[in-house]
Design a protein around this ligand. Structure first.
Ligand code: FE2
Length: 348
């Protein structure tokens, strides 16, 4: 037994895309190595996947602060490669996400809880995230500035309220990590922004703020026509009609197993080693990551059931195969082989 354990420091990696001056953040609990990635950029997919692999991170969530207009997200591709769940605010209207997060809801990775704060104004679906004394503010609050409010259902009035009522009520020492900075600054604090933010610091009135925002006369972002439609589909072309996430348990699988004919297949998506230590009788092993090689064969079945140990790999395989055109899949998404064993069902 270990006594007097204090929480070790959260690992933070701040990454930049120099084309769009976008910050991506990787946050990792150093003990469990579970982590989250905030606002990944498509062009930096390789960089981010390498880092996640090198640090041995089990990526649980890709957190998006909003539907970006200046770059395409890597969220969809990162989900395909890691099994991480994609998180957007409910109001963002993005198809095929895994978690539609609400104001004040939390997600857990390792010993940490990250809390979403709805901060509409830059877009109507903007959300900021708070964890361990740090605020990831997306494009709501920037260092000594804020995001524009002239497209994507933006509203200067709403942004003023989001920042002054919600973000400025966080402790003064809270570190602010924005979605962009165009001058090389990497972080700020709530106290600093309350005092020095050019647009709404120093107690500036809502009326003064709205006047500033309505007279910015900015050009549209270069990639807006490409980025927004792509980001509404998690960055990759995807038919949401195929993304039917059924609540299907190992108990339901057992019922299907008892009656399934030759036109149905049960697929175990764990590794070969896990498979050989005991699996559902008659199941075929297609390890997570290898599913792309079996698309044509799987298409010939009326129904294909997917399971793994906890449901995470099966869900990712489900998503990947759905993107590749399969619509005959049923996924055990929240349990797996240990539940089959403890229920006393036969094991091969
Ligand atoms: Fe933005």
């Amino acid at each position: 037994m270990v006594l007097n354990v204090t929480k070790p420091n959260l690992v933070l990696r701040q990454l930049i895309d120099r084309d769009t001056w976008t910050y991506t953040y990787l946050l990792v609990d150093p003990v469990s190595l579970q982590g989250v990635l905030i606002d990944p950029v498509q062009e930096q997919l390789g960089r981010d996947l390498s880092l996640i692999k090198e640090l041995g991170v089990e990526l649980l969530y890709v957190l998006e602060t909003h539907v970006h207009a200046d770059h395409v997200t890597a969220a969809g591709q990162i989900r395909q490669k890691t099994g991480a769940k994609i998180v957007y605010s409910e109001a963002a209207g993005v198809k095929a996400i895994d978690v539609a997060i609400k104001d004040r809801e939390t997600l857990t990775f390792g010993a940490y809880e990250i809390t979403a704060l709805a901060t509409p104004g830059h877009t109507n679906g903007c959300v900021s995230y708070v964890v361990d004394g740090m605020l990831f503010s997306g494009d709501s609050l920037l260092i000594h500035g804020c995001g524009r409010t002239d497209f994507q259902q933006g509203s200067a009035e709403q942004l003023y309220d989001s920042i002054t009522q919600k973000l400025f009520s966080l402790p003064d020492e809270t570190l602010v990590y924005p979605g962009h900075d165009y001058t090389g600054r990497t972080s700020s604090t709530i106290a600093e922004e309350k005092r020095w933010n050019r647009r709404l610091g120093g107690g500036k009135s809502k009326q003064a703020f709205v006047q500033i925002m309505n007279n910015l006369n900015l050009d549209l972002p270069k990639k807006i026509n490409e980025a927004v439609p792509a980001n509404l589909e998690t960055g990759i072309s995807f038919d949401p009609k195929r993304y039917l996430h059924e609540e299907f348990s190992m108990c339901d699988l057992h019922t299907a197993w008892k009656t399934h004919g030759s036109d149905e297949l049960i697929v175990d998506t764990r590794s070969a080693t896990e498979f050989s230590s005991g699996h559902v009788p008659g199941a075929k092993n297609i390890a997570f990551g290898d599913e792309g090689e079996h698309v044509e064969a799987l298409k010939s079945y009326k129904r294909v059931y997917l399971y793994c140990r906890s449901g995470r790999r099966a869900q990712t395989v489900f998503t990947n195969l759905s993107i590749m055109g399969l619509n005959n899949l049923v996924c055990v998404g929240h349990s797996g082989m240990p539940d089959w064993v403890s229920a006393g069902y036969p094991v091969e």
